[in-house]
Write a protein that binds this ligand. Structure first.
Ligand code: H2U
Ligand code: ZN
Length: 347
């Protein structure tokens, strides 16, 4: 492992990251975050997402019992064909209409239970909802890509503590997907193997960045991780969509999600903030043998529950930079208990 400053290449996005391990212990007199509120009620009468409550748009939630899905009342994308602005065309002023739909998926009726506090059956139900929504939205003629994601914690801009995720389906490929499609396609054409299948085989062989593994999934801190405790979750059998997974693989993915989020919470013994999401293949009706379904976890915390990694000056103007190595982050996460700190002592 290199301990002096070096850069690492991300073959999925073709970006570089600067790694400066010697900088990990620099003094910190900067901003300190508030720790997340613990002990939320099981039901909050003022929550827009709890069963039976009225949402901000005026619709009342049913008394739901499992995962609950609804159209986002403040959707960023709309299904109707937009009018393009009539301003004079110029190659430096390019725009194009974007159509789409936004949905919200509540994980469960419980206001107080985050992913790692749900059992594998309940997490499996969320996975099934994500898979079904991806298939249904992706089958619409104007949809080309479906993004499933969760913003967790006030630090990540989550607007409501009731555990939920979002789905944005749209008519064109977003930037990150366009980059990942280009690199996975080029790799597949050259090597006749999916890029992520080859990468996973190498990581499993080396095992220094693996955080958790079961029969069907591996969670690892990628070699090119940008965020301090970033994780990539990859299936052992290349599959392009959540709906391609067998029931056994769905169960294994539920366990892997619970294990990753449990270790995150156990790291600083707080409800660990992050943005996570699944990158599935484009929903363009084509076969995607190059594409391997995967989840990215991007958590902002660095040293403690209250000191975050800021992606500011150099990161905004030049390139991402990290202090702790991906290997030391993986070692810490891998060594943490697989039982959530709030559930310890309970059977
Ligand atoms: P966050 O993941 O950013 O917290 O998003 C919650 C989403 O829920 C947000 O996109 C939607 C917001 O538009 N929402 C509703 O659709 N109805 C509501 O009554 C509240 C929030
Ligand atoms: Zn609630």
């Amino acid at each position: 492992m290199i301990e002096s400053p070096h850069r690492r290449f991300n073959p999925l996005t073709r970006d570089w990251v600067l790694v400066s391990p010697h900088r990990a212990r620099r003094p910190w007199l900067g901003q300190v975050e508030k720790t997340p509120t613990e002990n939320l009620p099981q039901y909050d009468p003022t929550c827009y997402l709890c069963p039976g409550n009225e949402r901000a748009g005026g619709v009342k939630n049913p008394p739901y019992t499992g995962a609950y899905i609804f159209d986002n009342d403040f959707a960023a994308l709309l299904p109707d064909a937009a009018q393009v602005s009539s301003s004079p065309s110029h190659p430096l002023l390019t725009s194009s209409p974007e159509r789409g739909m936004c949905r919200v998926v509540c994980f469960s009726p419980r206001h107080d239970l985050t992913l790692p506090e749900l059992d594998d059956i309940a997490i499996g139900n969320v996975l099934t909802a994500w898979a079904r929504e991806t298939s249904n939205l992706g089958a619409m003629d104007f949809i080309r890509y479906v993004q499933v994601f969760e913003n967790k914690g006030a630090l990540m801009g989550c607007s409501n503590p009731h555990p939920h995720s979002q789905i944005w389906a749209q008519s064109q490929l977003p930037n990150e997907i366009a980059k990942e499609l280009a690199s996975q396609t080029a790799y597949f054409e050259e090597h006749h193997m999916p890029l992520l299948a080859d990468y996973l085989a190498e990581e499993r062989h080396r095992s220094e960045r693996i955080v958790f593994e079961n029969e069907h999934f591996s969670a690892l801190v990628p070699f090119w991780a940008v965020w301090p405790f970033e994780i990539l979750l990859v299936p052992h059998r290349p599959a392009a969509f959540l709906s391609d997974l067998t029931p056994a693989e769905v169960t294994a993915l539920a366990e892997a999600l619970r294990q990753v989020t449990t270790r995150y919470d156990n790291l600083f013994e707080i409800s660990f903030p992050y943005s996570m999401g699944f990158h599935q293949a484009p929903s363009d009706g084509q076969a995607h043998p190059e594409w391997v379904l995967h989840a990215h976890f991007y958590p902002p915390l660095l040293r403690s529950a209250t000191v975050r990694k800021f992606m500011v000056g150099y990161e905004m103007l030049a390139m991402p930079q990290r202090d702790i190595t991906p290997e030391s982050a993986a070692e810490r996460l891998q060594g943490l208990p697989g039982v959530h700190y709030k559930l310890r002592g309970r059977s």
